[in-house]
Ligand binder design. Structure first.
Ligand code: NAD
Length: 484
């Protein structure tokens, strides 16, 4: 994960002096354009969003994006298409289909004692949106929040990750070609510019990244009372119980874990396997890894690389430290820091004192815990922070319910991996340490909108309860109580 800087201080807020004059200029430009953006109809907003769809449907632009991501971290073209392009396009479709409906005022029932009042909700944009994105799905996670911000009528300043400079340059070029600076602007850069951004007042900040930086963002936002969505991470557990179909489930698990080389916020972080399935599990996971990436995974074109040398060293240390403390590598364990390669790795005999079982792994390493009772599973999951995602591999309804009802997670998938995040209409996000606020579809639109209550009196009044509070007025108030 990137270096962590100090959060902005109150002094920074007040001085207003900035090392980023272009950021200041665009910020003011967007501020002055807010009313125009707010007045845009659903049709106009959709037209703006559709420019992105047209741009991305162009084969040449798709090629450029795939090349950019290959250059940044060896991401296979097929994975760019499936995990970056397809989800972006499906969110555009989701918005096009529903925006008219989402923007419509909604009516609320009014209690009988307030007859003559009409209560509505009107959705207005929160104003200036700041989107901060991580590096692991550097395109999708930058674009989709911006789509919902535009749909809600906000202006956008977008800060993609500095760790994927080629992809970030593609994003910058795309928005610069398609949007006016007063609507959307991309700023590349590291902590210093992000800190300058966080010093400003925002209608909404949409941050995707680690819980550690999420806290910095929330602290900065508290100084201006900018609202936040925090899409964070954590250790997402997986349980494979005594009823699971091991060959099928292990194949799905291996895909969910090793796609993007395990650098997925919702990747299964570790797996708990029922003791009765130990031999089957170990046989199958070896078979599947070889089926996916061959005998020499390093030569496979289908396995992404780790984002940086520093991140590769961190993963190497996680493996080495756990082995020193008694863990055993049964598959992989090979690291080549220079080429940022970590082989798909399975580690057994792990325990809670190891960093491997404390930190979010965010790489192709899968620790395995064998268990005998369902209570052990619940204890293990609840010992850690509430995860972003939880996976249950089982064909026993009772177990699925037990594991779900006795834990908490941002989302849960049964007998499948990652795909919850691929359905645009399903709310996506964490809970507490794994995130605050939900994104996607109506939830995404609402994050960037202020649902403004508008209550209007058309007839009658309540003057019969105004002072002086005579016995008659008090009697009427008594009747009102009966209706409430
Ligand atoms: P990160 O938190 O290090 O960085 C995210 C963004 O914050 C980057 O743009 C970075 O430049 C900026 N940043 C970093 N330090 C900062 C600071 N001190 N002040 C201000 N801005 C700062 O995260 P990452 O390493 O890019 O991504 C990995 C993390 O993101 C993992 O924890 C993963 O689980 C999480 N994640 C969550 C989701 C989700 O949708 N919930 C999706 C992808 C990744």
């Amino acid at each position: 994960m990137s270096e962590i800087a100090q959060s902005p201080t109150q002094k920074d807020h007040n001085t207003n002096a900035s090392k980023f004059p272009e950021l200041d200029r665009i910020y003011s430009l967007q501020k002055n354009n807010l009313q125009t953006l707010k007045n845009r109809s659903a049709r106009e907003r959709i037209k703006a969003i559709d420019r992105i769809r047209v741009y991305l449907s162009n084969e040449e632009n798709q090629e450029l994006l795939c090349k950019a991501m290959y250059q940044d971290f060896g991401k296979p073209t097929a994975e760019v298409r499936v995990t970056e392009l397809v989800p972006t396009l499906s969110h555009i479709t989701e918005i096009k289909r529903n925006l008219h409906r989402w923007m419509r005022n909604s009516s609320h029932p009014v209690p009988i004692q307030f007859i003559g009042l009409n209560a509505k909700s009107k959705f207005e944009p929160k104003g200036q949106a700041l989107v901060i994105a991580p590096w692991n799905y550097p395109f999708f996670l930058s674009i989709y929040p911006a789509l919902y911000a535009i749909a809600a009528g906000c202006s956008v300043i977008l800060k993609p990750s500095e760790l994927t400079p080629t992809t970030s340059a593609f994003i910058e070029k795309m928005f610069h070609e398609l949007f006016e600076p007063a609507e959307v602007r991309v700023f590349q850069g590291e902590i210093s510019i992000t800190t300058a951004m966080l010093n400003k007042k925002w209608g909404h900040i949409f941050f995707t990244g680690s819980p550690a930086v999420g806290k910095i963002v929330m602290e900065a936002a508290s100084k201006t009372l900018s609202s936040v969505s925090l899409e964070l991470g954590g250790k997402s557990p997986c349980v494979l119980d005594e009823s699971a179909n091991v060959p099928k489930m292990v194949e799905r698990l291996a895909w969910g874990k090793f796609v993007n080389a395990g650098q997925t916020c919702i990747a299964p972080d570790y797996v708990m396997v029922h003791e009765s399935k130990r031999a089957d599990f170990e046989k199958e996971i070896k078979r599947v890894i070889e089926k996916f990436y061959g005998e020499k995974p390093k030569q496979s074109e289908d396995l992404a690389r780790i984002i940086s040398t520093k991140h590769t060293q961190r993963l190497e240390e996680l493996i080495n430290e756990s082995v020193t403390q008694g863990a055993k590598v049964i598959v992989g364990g090979k690291v080549d820091v220079e080429s940022k390669y970590v082989s798909p790795t399975i580690v057994i005999n792990v325990d809670s004192n190891m960093k491997l079982m404390q930190e979010e792994i965010f790489g192709p390493i899968l620790p395995v815990i064998y268990y005998s009772s369902n209570d052990e599973v619940i204890q293990q999951i609840n010992r850690l922070e509430k995860p972003l995602s939880m996976y249950i591999l089982s064909s026993k309804r009772k177990n699925i319910e037990y594991f779900t009802n006795n834990t908490s997670a941002g989302g849960t998938l049964v007998n499948e991996f990652l795909l919850g995040a691929a359905i645009p209409s399903v709310p996506f996000g964490g809970v507490n340490n794994s995130g605050i606020g939900k994104a996607y579809s109506l939830h995404g639109f609402l994050e960037f909108s202020n649902e403004r209550a508008v209550v209007k009196r058309s007839f009658m009044s309540i003057k019969f309860i105004y002072p002086p509070y005579s016995p008659r007025v008090q009697k009427i108030i008594g009747w009102l109580k009966r209706f409430s």
